[in-house]
Design a protein around this ligand. Structure first.
Ligand SMILES: Cc1cc2nc3c(=O)[nH]c(=O)nc-3n(C[C@H](O)[C@H](O)[C@H](O)COP(=O)(O)OP(=O)(O)OC[C@H]3O[C@@H](n4cnc5c(N)ncnc54)[C@H](O)[C@@H]3O)c2cc1C
Length: 330
């Protein structure tokens, strides 16, 4: 069950804004890879011990449940509407001479990189509330990224926020934004990249309400079951597992949860369930346009073409499609 009819490769979305046709490969209809499953496109709003309640009022019974609602993505339900959204974001970028990006986490930095590389003539300003970019990585990665953005003429303002409620409009369509430090920024448009909230608010009135930690994440045990629940698993960004929130780790969790589900469904011994080995890895790659990237790896942090070769050309879209066994026509 998913509230959208398609799977979207999250780290490919910023490329889709500068090249909307790219999104045609990174937005994948669920029915094209879930060929032998029943798919329900709807919003889950409540859980009982044996049913999930959907927003349109229907209930779906379950014996076992896996919750993987990750982050709240307020995007259209249909693939065609999402593709149109990419088209209009692209037109907004093309029509602007100056662009303000609010937020210096992975989304803001990757968007700045995409625009700076594809549209080098545009004036880009990036405002970030933290004192360094990409705070989920170490200071070396932040510094290298800052230098890279500056070398592409992106103006970066750290330790400031922008009040988007108070924006002045000029007659030519340009806007005047004010930061918390009292600085003003002229830009034709802005993109808000301050990160999506966890999609766990729907759980707050459910039987799992006391299984949420103070950050709204589901507390799981070593077998990835929600603590104290025999038949409910949780995986991915929604969990309280103390490791980086990355898609490659969510996939590792998915395979452990799948093994444990198979065992339980076959009536196997619970004590034989697989334990999830938490990753201590802080490896992550943030793309910077089509060729470069900044990579934090086990022994080193590097920026430029070499990490770019790993991620930036295709943003793992080909790899993901191959894993989902999709042919090149979908
Ligand atoms: C800019 C950026 C770059 C990244 N780059 C990388 C990278 O290079 N490598 C990497 O491994 N990770 C990367 N990540 C992290 C990665 O995207 C996440 O860790 C991963 O998407 C988590 O997957 P998930 O399935 O837990 O949650 P999500 O991807 O957030 O998916 C949750 C799904 O649940 C659906 N949903 C939510 N609530 C409901 C509901 N109530 N009912 C029905 N459906 C619901 C949503 O529509 C969504 O489809 C990046 C993240 C960002 C923002």
């Amino acid at each position: 069950m998913n509230r959208k009819e398609y799977f979207e490769i999250p780290w490919a979305s910023l490329r889709g804004m500068v090249e909307p046709t790219f999104a045609e490969r990174s937005l994948i209809q669920h029915k094209h890879y879930l060929t032998s499953s029943r798919l329900i496109v709807s919003n889950a709003i409540d859980i009982s011990d044996s049913e999930i309640l959907l927003s349109e009022g229907r209930s779906i019974p379950y014996n076992y449940l896996v919750i993987a609602t990750g982050h709240d993505d307020q995007v259209p339900k249909t693939r065609s509407e999402r593709l149109k959204q990419y088209q209009s974001e692209n037109e907004k970028i093309k029509a602007a001479e100056s662009i303000l990006i609010v937020g210096g986490g992975p989304t803001g930095v990757e968007l700045a990189g995409e625009i700076a590389v594809d549209f080098p003539e545009k004036k880009i300003t990036l405002v970030h509330s933290g004192y360094r970019l990409l705070e989920f990585l170490g200071p070396k990665a932040s510094k290298k990224t800052l230098d890279w953005l500056k070398s592409r003429h992106v103006e970066v303002k750290l330790d400031q926020t922008v009040n988007l409620e108070d924006v002045a409009d000029f007659s030519n369509g340009t806007k005047l934004y004010t930061t918390s430090a009292g600085e003003t920024i002229k830009a034709d448009c802005h993109f808000l990249c301050t990160g999506k909230p966890l999609a766990s608010s729907w759980l707050k009135g459910t039987i799992l309400k006391d299984r949420l930690d103070e950050l709204g994440r589901l507390i799981v045990d070593e077998n990835l079951r929600v603590r104290g629940r025999k038949n409910i698993f949780a995986i991915g960004d929604i969990t309280n597992i103390k490791e980086m929130k990355q898609g490659y780790l969510a996939k590792k969790q998915a395979s452990v949860a799948a093994k444990n589900l198979q065992l339980l469904i076959r009536g196997g011994d619970e004590s034989k369930m697989t334990t999830y080995k938490m990753s201590s890895s802080h490896n992550a790659i943030v793309s910077l346009g089509r060729h470069d990237a900044v990579a934090q790896l086990h022994l080193t942090t590097m920026i430029g073409l070499i990490p770019g070769l790993i991620k930036s050309k295709d943003l793992f879209v080909g790899k993901t499609r191959k894993e989902l066994d999709l042919d090149s026509r979908d």
